[in-house]
Write a protein that binds this ligand. Structure first.
Ligand SMILES: CC(C)(COP(=O)(O)OP(=O)(O)OC[C@H]1O[C@@H](n2cnc3c(N)ncnc32)[C@H](O)[C@@H]1OP(=O)(O)O)[C@@H](O)C(=O)NCCC(=O)NCCSC(=O)CCS(=O)O
Length: 374
């Protein structure tokens, strides 16, 4: 059951997303145009600080309202929802949970306002699912660390402003030798090696980045030395709820488009929605979306209550992302040949939604996490 405030936030997000994001989503995707103006509006309205307390300039709405809003943003523009999700769940929250007072005061108000966009750099070319296998090194020299290494698949690596970077500070200590750092992207030595060409989410940059002799002050270390891996995994738990919410939003948008099309398109003398083959497909799609949303809300409720939700977050991400690909594929099928054309939104949504089964932990990693808890 949602509170009246949560319903209000969801409705406000829906109105904003449909009015301001949906109309330009296809063009931004075509032009690979980073949604800077749209993000500024989202920041001004509080959508980029939903997980940040009011004391640090955020809207402090909690994870349930955040998931509802993210679903709405994703239903209008998958790329905007990716930037929002990474920025919020794994950009702002690590600083909030593990940062010093000075770090919170310095970074959170600007991030919550959307003036600075956040990112998360754990993955490396050889360390994706095997996340502790990092090669990036941070060596302490007096009052700063010198960081060298490479990161891969970094959302907002080019257009973002503040990235949480994970690096090895003690190679002999394994998982307990990894530390986290808050790195402004204008730090000398931070290099964007490549903005990746990819299947979907073209308006959101995904980057290979490198650090070369990058000096980061000790005051930018997040948490204690050796605490980085725990910080990464603890925040990915929340991040996975966000990706699951995104998947629900994109699936819903594809479903809505398919339903509208099926009611208009006539074949064999009646709208195709009245043919059982299509009607049953639509019924299955609606049911699957509803089930996924309930899983997302359960995980988010647990998180808001401060209860463990590692398994529930992984279940929500696994189910929602796999459900979403199937729903988007069925939405194309209902459109027939038109669904394969760029003129119809289902083509873009199908491309965008595929990544939800991969980033912030593949479906295989989610199954590992779930299996461990059984
Ligand atoms: C595959 C894995 C799940 C394997 O994990 P590990 O076995 O290596 O980890 P553990 O030994 O279980 O845990 C290490 C440490 O962390 C603590 N921990 C774990 N989870 C949590 C949590 N949810 N909350 C708090 N603490 C947690 C755990 O207790 C241990 O601490 P102690 O040693 O007990 O003190 C894992 O490697 C994994 O999830 N892999 C996938 C990584 C992934 O999702 N990568 C994508 C990153 S996204 C990115 O980098 C850029 C893309 S973007 O989104 O822009």
């Amino acid at each position: 059951m949602l509170t009246p405030e949560q319903e209000q936030i969801r409705d406000a997000a829906r109105d904003f997303a449909q009015d301001r994001l949906a109309p330009g989503a296809a063009a931004r995707d075509r032009d690979h145009a980073f949604p800077r103006a749209e993000l500024a509006e989202m920041g001004a309205l509080g959508f980029l600080g939903m997980l940040v307390p009011e004391a640090h300039g955020g809207a402090e709405t909690g994870s349930v309202a955040y998931a509802l809003a993210l679903e709405e943003i994703a239903a209008a523009d998958g790329a905007c929802s990716t930037i929002m999700s990474v920025h919020s769940s794994v950009g702002c929250v690590p600083i909030l949970r593990f940062g010093t007072d000075a770090q919170k005061a310095r970074f959170l108000p600007k991030m919550a306002a959307g003036e600075w966009i956040g990112g998360f750099a754990l993955t490396e070319p050889q360390a994706g699912s095997d996340a502790s296998n990092l090669k990036t090194r941070a060596v302490r020299k007096g009052d700063h660390y010198v960081i060298d290494g490479a990161k891969q698949f970094i959302t907002s690596g080019k257009n973002g402003d503040v990235i949480i970077v994970f690096a090895v500070t003690d190679a002999a200590a394994g998982k307990k030798g990894i530390s986290a750092f808050i790195v402004p992207t204008d730090t000398p030595g931070y290099q964007v090696v490549r903005v990746e060409e990819k299947l979907g989410l073209h308006a959101s940059d995904t980057c290979a980045i490198a650090f070369s002799d990058m000096r980061v002050p000790v005051e930018n270390r997040l948490g204690e030395e050796g605490e980085g891996y725990r910080i990464a995994l603890a925040n990915l738990e929340g991040g996975r709820i966000g990706i699951a919410a995104q998947a629900v939003g994109m699936a819903r948008a594809a479903f809505d488009a398919a339903l509208a099309y099926a009611r208009e398109r006539v074949a064999f003398g009646r709208p195709i929605a009245e043919h059982q083959a299509v009607a049953f497909k639509l019924a299955d799609m609606a049911t699957q979306i509803d089930a996924a949303r309930l899983m997302v809300l359960r995980a988010a409720q647990l998180r808001d209550a401060g209860k463990p939700c590692l398994t529930e977050a992984s279940m929500a991400k696994l189910f929602a992302s796999e459900m979403a690909e199937k729903v988007c594929s069925d939405a194309i099928q209902i459109h027939g040949g038109y669904g394969y054309l760029c003129d119809y939104p289902v083509e873009r949504i199908y491309r965008d939604v595929r990544i939800c089964q991969i980033y912030e932990g593949t479906s295989e990693v989610q199954r590992m996490v779930i299996a461990r808890s059984l």
